[in-house]
Write a protein that binds this ligand. Structure first.
Ligand SMILES: Cc1cc2nc3c(=O)[nH]c(=O)nc-3n(C[C@H](O)[C@H](O)[C@H](O)COP(=O)(O)OP(=O)(O)OC[C@H]3O[C@@H](n4cnc5c(N)ncnc54)[C@H](O)[C@@H]3O)c2cc1C
Length: 422
């Protein structure tokens, strides 16, 4: 029986799905020993630090991850960063194959004047801040103005706008980071604009997320009905199914009865941002619109226009992903998930994709497996193994239970590692 050692870098959805795909390819002759390496003391990637805290059901996919992790042939090496604690080059020589599942953590830039003003933020920083990612805890978004502008036309923009527009008491029963709940409770923002460059027919919001917006208990959601009707005319009588359900969902929002809420979230289409202005911080955003130039006064701007991989480990980034051919980078190095395809698709998309890459990897394995490498002995970092992670997880869940939350997240690396020692 041949037992191959595989290193997977990144314990987000695509890392777990890659491990699962390898498990599914095991036979009596072919076995894998998988080391899953994660830079944070906590696994699950964007399921912990991206997915909106008011969407807890989505996070139940973590049960699948834990099943994969405890199936017997996976070892977690949390709190270990490839490129800092060990090099990709070292892994490449010690393992039969290395799979990068490192995601796309950098926000894309608007490239307009004023983007660097204080309180002009990227969703790539703001989202992990409210989700308690240790690297973003020190962000101090100023929520003291009455108006926020979110730029983007996808679900991340919608998550950000919704989090800013809802009544923060709606976050009490969620796992939103404590520091963020505190800030949202002090927030003076009552009007949130979500601004898309093109018309509604080009937006990449998805309909389930749109359909739930009218359920917000304390916020009016506004869309101009004529704008949606014009888009429906433009797309003709037989639009693609997902486009039709998107436009239907938007039309429903546009037809909604308004309530006397003080909070509003308003969609604006065909608003192309041309500058962000202000003396010492954001004071307004100017857009080109079909009706001419328009300036919206606001105290904070958050752009959510896409992500790209961080440049690390000497790998090339091209068109929002690591340069690869069907998941193969070079030699015995592979890539899956958002690092492979760029930031698109839902969590499940990473599963079929990882299965294809795992098949390709197996087809290219050499006949003789390498001797098993003892990764732990090559590291100085305080390793978060699966049992330690389980302690951290249980401690967070227990602390949350008392407060009616799914978990109370520990934020700093020290606090997380401390829970693992408890
Ligand atoms: C704000 C937001 C909300 C979303 N909401 C939803 C939703 O509601 N429903 C849905 O289906 N999908 C949602 N998605 C999409 C979903 O999160 C992605 O499809 C999925 O997370 C991509 O998985 P990944 O493993 O490729 O990347 P990630 O989840 O980003 O995981 C990458 C992992 O690699 C680790 N890593 C990076 N570099 C290193 C290194 N050098 N060494 C070790 N580890 C490293 C990171 O710490 C991270 O844990 C959302 C995405 C975002 C950004």
């Amino acid at each position: 029986m041949a037992k191959y050692s595989i290193a997977i870098i990144g314990a987000g959805p695509s890392g777990y799905f890659a491990a699962q795909a390898l498990q599914n390819l095991e036979t009596e002759e072919l076995n894998f020993s998988i080391d899953l390496i994660e830079r944070l003391p906590t696994p699950w990637g964007l399921v912990r630090s991206g997915v909106a805290p008011d969407h807890p059901k989505i996070k139940s996919v973590s049960k699948v991850f834990e099943k994969v992790a405890t199936a017997g042939n996976v070892s977690l090496f949390g709190n270990v960063e490839v490129g800092r604690d060990i090099s990709l080059e070292a892994l490449k020589t010690k393992y039969d194959a290395v799979i990068l599942a490192t995601g796309t953590s950098e926000g894309k830039q608007l490239g307009i004047p004023g983007e660097d003003l204080p309180n002009s933020l990227s969703a790539a920083d703001f989202v992990p801040w409210y989700n308690g990612h240790p690297d973003y805890a020190k962000l101090t978004p100023d929520l003291s103005s009455d108006t926020a502008v979110v730029i983007g036309a996808g679900n991340v923009a919608m998550d950000v706008a919704r989090l800013l527009a809802l009544d923060p008491s709606e976050l009490d029963p969620t796992d939103t980071a404590g520091h963020a709940i505190e800030s949202f409770k002090k927030s003076k923002i009552r009007k949130v604009y979500i601004c898309a460059r093109r018309g509604p027919e080009f937006a990449s919001f998805t309909s389930p997320e749109l359909r739930e917006l009218p359920d917000l208990e304390h916020t009016n959601v506004l869309i101009n009905k004529e704008v949606i009707e014009a888009a429906i005319k433009r797309v003709g009588p037989e639009p693609e199914k997902h486009l039709k359900s998107n436009l239907d969902a938007m039309l429903k929002i546009a037809s909604n009865e308004l309530h006397p809420h003080e909070r509003t979230m308003e969609f604006l289409f065909q608003h192309v941002p041309s500058s962000i202005d202000g003396q010492n911080k954001v004071e307004s955003v100017t857009f080109s619109t079909p009706e001419g130039q328009k300036t919206i006064n606001c105290g904070i701007v958050i752009s959510a226009i896409g992500y790209q991989p961080k440049e690390q480990n000497g790998l090339k980034v091209e068109s929002n992903k690591l340069t690869n051919t069907d998941g193969h980078i070079e030699d015995n190095i592979y890539v899956v998930g958002w690092a492979k395809r760029g930031p698109s698709g839902v969590i499940g998309t990473n599963k079929s994709d990882a299965a294809d890459v795992a098949k390709l990897l197996v087809s290219k394995l050499s006949k003789e497996p390498k001797a098993k490498f003892d990764l732990g002995s090559a590291l100085d970092a305080k390793i978060v193994t699966q049992p330690i992670w389980e302690k951290i997880n249980s401690a967070e869940v227990a602390a949350g239970e008392a407060l009616g939350k799914p978990r109370l997240k520990a934020i700093s690396r020290e606090d997380l590692l401390g829970l693992g020692e408890g």
